[in-house]
Ligand binder design. Structure first.
Ligand code: FE2
Ligand code: FE2
Length: 187
């Protein structure tokens, strides 16, 4: 059954490939930190991203959506570049930009849910919810790691993300249930 929703199809293709970029980036990030706990936590996040890629692919396969060769190439290069850059830009920036990126990714899964709902499809609610919430957990992990660093207020002013700015409205302490979670990320 094909999906008659261009924006949703594109979002799925892009998310599938961007998850690979994230996983590559975390490989470099984990390798570049010295602290064993940090290494372990970042490696776990890498594994989560590979899992997301699998979940997104299985949704795509249900609707015969092909993988985009363009996005696969583009995000391969981006992921490898970020991975490499982690070794040269110090400790703070990879943490900061990972958190900032995760913050934006949260809404991608809730936006997909809204798009599916516009087609009357609710069967992917749970998996999209789980992925959106997982990205939020990733955001919070990175934020907590840097929240007492002196650089944070300065970066927050420049890049609009930090202790008091997020790109989503998910609150892990007061989560909506799955069936109300399409309310997240509505502008
Ligand atoms: Fe992910
Ligand atoms: Fe993530």
């Amino acid at each position: 059954m094909p999906l008659k929703h261009d924006a949703l199809v594109d979002l799925l293709k892009q998310a599938y490939s961007a998850e690979k970029a994230a996983a590559f980036a975390y490989q470099g990030h984990a390798a570049s930190v010295r602290n064993a706990d940090e290494k372990k936590a970042i490696h776990q996040i890498e594994l989560d991203e590979w899992e997301h890629r699998k979940e997104v692919l299985s949704i795509m396969q249900e609707y015969d959506i092909p993988v985009s060769k363009y996005y696969e190439f583009k995000y391969h290069v981006i992921g490898k570049l970020i991975s490499f850059s982690c070794f040269v830009i110090g400790w703070f920036m990879p943490y900061y930009f990972a958190g900032r990126l995760e913050s934006g990714n949260v809404c991608e899964y809730f936006r997909m849910m809204q798009y599916f709902h516009s087609l009357g499809i609710t069967t992917h609610n749970q998996v999209l919810y789980d992925m959106g919430i997982k990205e939020k957990e990733h955001e919070i992990y990175f934020l907590h790691s840097i929240k007492h660093k002196k650089l944070l207020p300065f970066f927050e002013k420049l890049f609009f993300w930090g202790s008091s700015n997020s790109f989503n409205n998910v609150d892990l302490d007061k989560k909506y249930p799955v069936n109300e979670s399409a309310e997240y990320c509505k502008k």
